[in-house]
Design a protein around this ligand. Sequence first.
Ligand SMILES: [Zn+2]
Length: 74
Amino acid sequence: MCRTVRDDTEMLRAGRDAQGTWYLGRGVGRGVWWCAVGGCEEEVRVAHVARALRSAAHQSDVVALKGLSTSKRP
Ligand SMILES: [Zn+2]
């Protein structure tokens, strides 16, 4: 969630479906992008998510996002 410009392969993307469930990967609509390396997800804030989605966001969304990126690691 920094302003580093990276290749898409070095980024993670998450989206929120119509049911409010977060998923990792590409999907329809707007998504939140952050760096796959460098602990970037630690810097994700509610305001970032809200801006990325152009929608209301809550702390629970941030928690869900961080959970996704953590579970992806081996
Ligand atoms: Zn970053």
